[in-house]
Design a protein around this ligand. Sequence first.
Ligand code: UDP
Length: 388
Amino acid sequence: MASSNRVDLGGNPIKPITICMIGAGGFIGSHLCEKLMAETPHKVLALDVYNDKIKHLLEPDTLPWADRIQFHRLNIKNDSRLESLIRMADLTINLAAICTPADYNTRPLDTIYSNFIDAIPVVKYCSGNNKRLIHFSTCEVYGKTIGSFLPKDSPLRQDPSYYVLSEDTSPCIFGPIEKQRWSYACAKQLIERLIYAEGAENGLDFTIVRPFNWIGPRMDFIPGIDGPSEGVPRVLACFSNNLLRREPLKLVDGGQSQRTFVYIKDAIEAVLLMIENPSRSNGQIFNVGNPNNEVTVKQLAEMMTEVYAKVSGEPSLETPTIDISSEEFYGVGYDDSDKRIPDMTIINRQLGMMLCLISFHISLRLRLLATSIELHNLPQVGTRRRPS
Ligand code: UDP
């Protein structure tokens, strides 16, 4: 229930604010809108090209929060309403981005435009109108770990200082230009630097968020069901699609890359703390992830196969996974991040997130189970069906 008696981390009452949320119709935006409507008194101006993922929050107009959420269908690339909507709000949250690796090397221009060029006016309007900005970046800005350049058998690979990713000390290591995978990371890094410079020179109040593999319902799409049949979503949706179609899960280059996954609802807790604690969040760059949930992509495939067999009651395939080269799967110009473990020191210090992550931490297996049940039942869109 939305409460007006909310207090911040310093114990001070929180005043209701208006939030201009750009990209509110996506995976993260839809969960953030749900949280804001259900648990806070804040208003949301929800901007996006699509609203399928937040339809349940917009209709019918008898919903208890109906007067606190307004959808504006617009593309920030070319809509003159953007500045006035930012001016109407106390805070702007920018979530709009192309952030699917299959696009980085096949649609490099769209990737660079959406992550850098199109975000520039948002930064300028916030800075020029003295409005606070929370900008969603990515853990991909770190690129490869220093450890990945060490010999495979080097004991230094076990030393966290060679792989843990820290906001204020880690370098950002990208591959060569023809590996267009890194165009995304580079565009995101440059917009971070622009925001930082607006803060330093013009006093912009900003917070930058670097999500580390947030997962959950409504993430990406199932090809041919609620997205293009030739499309390649991120790994969770790829594997879910394979499982639904009873196909082997494809392990790119053997599935040796490692990721730490965090459930979307845990991550959204962190974002709400940022929204409601500006004095602890302004001027900060925050990693948001769960360092304790690390798996290789191969292990993820095994877990998902096991969880899916439990949920569906169908036995697993005799050959549940197959190896595929990255060039065959993604095309020329793909490259990979080897390992992503977030250093959580800054967010713990500023927002006490470690406590939240421990108390909200349920094992990855259980979270995958929840996601798998939702994907299996496909409950979000009535027209979805199991692939034939
Ligand atoms: N991957 C895979 N099979 C798939 C899809 C992805 O092995 O069907 C791998 C991909 O090469 C990468 C990891 O899974 O190593 C995570 O990819 P994702 O697209 O989720 O995004 P990323 O974490 O790289 O940004």
